[in-house]
Design a protein around this ligand. Structure first.
Ligand SMILES: *Cc1c(COP(=O)(O)O)cnc(C)c1O
Length: 480
């Protein structure tokens, strides 16, 4: 006994390092505070992209202790200074993220208190807070109170949950997978294809729908494809629309598609991971008419509400369809089950233990109100229009009027290969890195995209982008 106690005490002297005393906590926090202040103060002066690669041996795991100062130095030099800087307003590629400061404070608090928000029983307050956020989203998108929702790590997992519910509702199983049909835009986000493979639907028939000049689904084509498939004896069950697409920000005709899905009794899924929150803006509200017809909807607060990465959301009207795959009662959970309880996050998601990610949205909403978020979205829409005016003036061609805040452009040539020219231009823009843009292919044409969604993107950022693109264009022209 004596030696047992002694051994425990010996181990305590080593393990107590994991619970630093207040004086040390303050010291750490001061260093981190200085680091984050320097980062934020300097973010607009550093380039938005660097193609330098990290020195990998600094990351190795071993038992050698390092002071926090040194760790922050490694983090700065090898992580922050390499690749894309998503926290920079100059991130105008793909779909930019955000990283508002007050979300980070919420994450800090959550990590210290470590609430267990998988089950209502364990954290009734935490789960109620998250369900309140989900109710708020239901009200924004016209979903009924009876719908369920989940705060996910991002849009991909949110899509996965929704598509699983669609599969289960329509009883797509091994006997009918190969004659069941899904209708999507060719521009649907690739996480949809990933999700279908993960949930065993790799072998369903996928019909790519025709698009209009703005890359929106042509609903007449949807209708005729459904009718044709039905007459062939196939089993249409799911239509996926986007508001907006990643490539061009296109918002599919949500209302028209909704009516068609209702009349043929198909599951209607809308991926609004990028564009959903633009419904809050005066300019774009009407574009989202019909979103309330969806059976399931995905939105990404780590895009459209400027949060740091790690928060997506899914809403699904049919609770039973979601429960089919996600609800499970294990013996060791018996204390946590009561009939009258609100929806447990763990019953509507593949996750059991999860990060208490609700606070990173709830705290900023409480602190700032909703208005600055909406103003920021409206600002992004106007900055997109401003960018288009400026880039046109310096001789570029533009894609169609964008539905939201993604637009594309290319430099036209009188003679010579436009695609090769614009590809070189894209490389030159990446080499410069002052701001970060990305490219795509639209109707066999290589085009450069701008996606305005960072809360730090401002007028001066767009001016900087225009100057940089013009300079890059001159460099490539000079080489012709
Ligand atoms: C970003 C995005 C996704 C994927 O979401 P993640 O949060 O990156 O997992 C899905 N669909 C669309 C339209 C997106 O823009």
């Amino acid at each position: 006994m004596h030696t047992l106690k002694q051994k425990i005490i010996e181990l305590h002297h080593i393990s107590k390092e994991l619970d630093p005393p207040e004086i040390l906590r303050n010291n750490y926090l001061n260093q981190v505070n200085n680091f984050t202040n320097q980062f934020i103060n300097g973010i607009e002066r550093v380039k938005a992209y660097s193609n330098a690669k990290p020195n990998t041996n600094v990351f190795s795991i071993n038992n050698k202790k390092k002071p926090l100062r040194e760790i922050l130095k490694i983090y700065t030099e090898e992580v922050v200074e390499k690749g894309i800087k998503p926290a920079s307003g100059g991130h105008l590629g793909y779909i930019p993220g955000g990283g508002i400061y007050t979300s980070a404070l919420a994450d800090y608090i959550v990590d210290i208190t470590n609430e267990y928000t998988g089950m209502y029983f364990a954290s009734p307050g935490g789960v109620t807070l998250e369900n309140e956020l989900i109710d708020w989203m239901k009200s924004i998108f016209g979903f009924p109170k009876t719908a369920i929702g989940n705060l996910t790590s991002g849009g991909s997992i949110a899509n996965l949950i929704a598509l699983t519910a669609a599969r289960d509702k329509h009883k797509i199983k091994s006997n009918n997978i190969t004659n069941s049909v899904i209708y999507v835009s060719p521009q649907v986000h690739h996480c949809i294809n990933k999700a279908l493979r993960i949930i065993g639907l790799e072998d369903v028939i996928i019909r790519h729908l025709e698009l209009d000049d703005n890359s929106r689904i042509l609903s007449d084509d949807l209708k005729s494809k459904i009718e044709n498939d039905t007459s062939l004896g196939l089993n249409p069950f799911l239509v996926i629309a986007s508001s907006g697409t990643t490539d061009t920000g296109a918002v599919d005709p949500l209302q028209e598609i909704g009516k068609i899905t209702k009349s043929y009794n198909l599951w209607y899924h809308i991926d609004a991971a990028y564009g959903g929150f633009f419904i809050l803006t005066k300019q774009k509200k009407a574009l989202f008419n019909g979103i309330e017809l969806a059976d399931s909807l995905v939105i990404d607060p780590h895009k459209g509400l400027f949060l740091p990465y790690g928060l997506g959301a899914v809403l699904v009207k049919d609770k039973k369809a979601v429960y089919h795959s996600h609800h499970y009662i294990a013996n060791y959970m018996q204390d946590a089950i009561q009939d009258s309880m609100p929806v447990n996050p763990a019953d509507v998601s593949p996750e059991l233990t999860k990060h208490f990610r609700g606070l990173r949205l709830w705290l900023p909403l409480q602190l700032h109100g909703i208005e600055p978020f909406v103003a920021c979205l409206e600002e992004k829409l106007l900055l997109t229009i401003y960018f288009r005016e400026c880039i046109k003036k310096i001789g570029f061609k533009l894609g169609p009027e964008p539905d939201l805040s993604v637009s594309y452009f290319w430099y036209p040539l009188k003679n010579g290969n436009e695609n090769i020219f614009n590809e070189k231009l894209m490389k030159e823009i990446h080499n410069d890195g002052e701001v970060f843009l990305s490219s795509t292919i639209i109707n066999d044409k290589f085009v450069i995209r701008i996606a305005v969604l960072s809360f730090r993107t401002k007028l001066h950022t767009i001016d900087k982008a225009i100057t940089m693109i013009d300079n890059a264009r001159k460099v490539i022209t000079a080489r012709l």
